[in-house]
Write a protein that binds this ligand. Structure first.
Ligand code: NCD
Ligand code: ZN
Length: 398
């Protein structure tokens, strides 16, 4: 089925152009002032057409933790948030430590409405499995304590993984970041530093960065601080924890000076009951609030649309070697989101599609909303309605 996105302003090579986008056979066929005949038309007058977001950091919670989320509900939240591809994290039950677990996940993820990729987990004894894993985003090493039992503290084992895994992503905070960077340089490896949250860390990364080392920040660290943690308690508790205003400013500065490469949600849903308990688990959902919050930041002149799109689409595709995604270009995959930069609304728990049904941003007013989400050329989300069309696993190259 062909599709015409008509009358919008389309982000092409960093500029907003008044063009129509003609989509057929899953691809962007033409960016044109003409109006080719299409089976379906989307009126995008007054709207902005962006490449669909690629979220490099999502906990879909399947298998084993599906009372919090599963691939289907995570993908609904993603689609409602303009995210057309996500990479799933390995701290499930069981964790993704061997090929069998990975293959099982591949089956489970088939119900996803958005495209997906997987991280592989590193344990103290799965190096042979790591060597065999194919088409993964990276091997994730937990160098600090967090949800799940995935912490690796043995330096010899960590070094062994850096030696053998082609690409490594780390949950590393403070001094652990220095260690990870040292090992990445020693073995000339791709290193993706997840959810960097403090001023000192940004300063260290700015100094030590190479073309193989990448830095992610999460929306909760950009839009919340430790004072929100004090107010919201468990509901604003995640790893790394929320930091000061000074740290937050450093993250924004890091975005400006290109120390930061990506914004990834670290969508880590837990139920409200779990979060309101005496010992709440770390993590907050973020898939459907990231883009509205960032569009609101564009309206507040904290960010340009071009930069937003680089951090959430073009850079993830380039860094992880996903061909034909991340920008709007003829011949590229038709993963597209149409947004309304002028629509104002209040983020509300009731309106969320994540299974956990709450957000630390509940009650926050934003200007900027997702209207239409197109995945592989199919309109799968518009104005709170979904079309149940399955998406597919992405191919990582390099
Ligand atoms: C994550 C989770 O709940 O899976 N929690 C979190 O606070 N970020 C784990 C993680 O990403 O560290
Ligand atoms: Zn995470």
């Amino acid at each position: 089925m062909s599709l015409l996105i008509e009358g919008g302003h389309v982000l092409v090579e960093g500029r907003l152009l008044r063009e129509n986008v003609f989509i057929d056979k899953g691809k962007i066929q033409q960016i044109t002032p003409q109006r080719p005949n299409a089976d379906q038309e989307i009126n995008a007058k007054g709207k902005i057409v962006l490449p669909g977001l690629i979220d490099c950091h999502v906990h879909c919670r399947e298998p084993g933790l599906t009372h919090k989320e599963d691939f289907y509900t995570a993908s609904m939240a993603a689609a409602a948030g303009g995210v057309t591809t996500f990479f799933d994290m390995p701290n499930t039950h069981p964790p993704t430590f061997d090929i069998e677990d990975l293959e099982a996940k591949r089956e489970m993820a088939k119900k996803s409405l958005v495209n997906y990729g997987f991280y592989f987990g590193a344990s103290s004894n799965n190096i042979e499995q790591i060597k065999k894993a194919r088409n993964i985003a990276a091997v994730k090493i937990y160098m600090n304590e967090t949800t799940g039992n995935l912490l690796l503290e043995n330096d010899t084992i960590i070094e062994e993984i850096f030696k053998h895994a082609p690409r490594i992503a780390v949950h590393a905070e403070g001094e652990q970041i220095r260690k990870a960077i040292h090992l990445a340089k020693k073995y000339k490896k791709f290193l993706y530093l997840c959810h960097i949250s403090s001023k000192d860390e940004i300063a260290l990364i700015k100094k030590e960065k190479t073309e193989n080392i990448f830095c992610e920040v999460a929306p909760h660290h950009l839009f919340l601080t430790d004072s929100d943690h004090k107010k919201m308690k468990g509901l604003a508790y995640m790893k790394p924890v929320l930091k000061s205003k000074k740290d937050q400013n450093a993250l924004w500065k890091g975005i400006e000076d290109n120390t930061v490469d990506t914004i990834g949600t670290d969508h880590a849903p837990h139920t409200l009951m779990e979060k309101k308990s005496n010992s709440p688990p770390a993590g907050v959902p973020g898939l459907e609030t990231m883009l509205p919050l960032l569009l609101n930041a564009v309206n507040e002149k904290k960010l340009t649309l071009q930069k937003l799109s680089e951090l959430t689409a073009a850079n993830p595709a380039r860094i992880f070697g996903i061909k034909n995604k991340g920008i709007i270009k003829e011949g590229y995959d038709a993963d597209v989101v149409v947004v309304d930069l002028n629509k104002e609304y209040k983020i509300s728990n009731d309106a969320l599609f994540t299974k956990c049904k709450w957000s630390p941003f509940h009650g926050k007013k934003v200007k900027g909303a997702v209207d239409f989400t197109i995945v592989n050329g199919n309109l799968i989300y518009h104005h709170r309605e979904f079309e149940r069309i399955r998406a597919r696993e992405v191919v990582f190259s390099g």
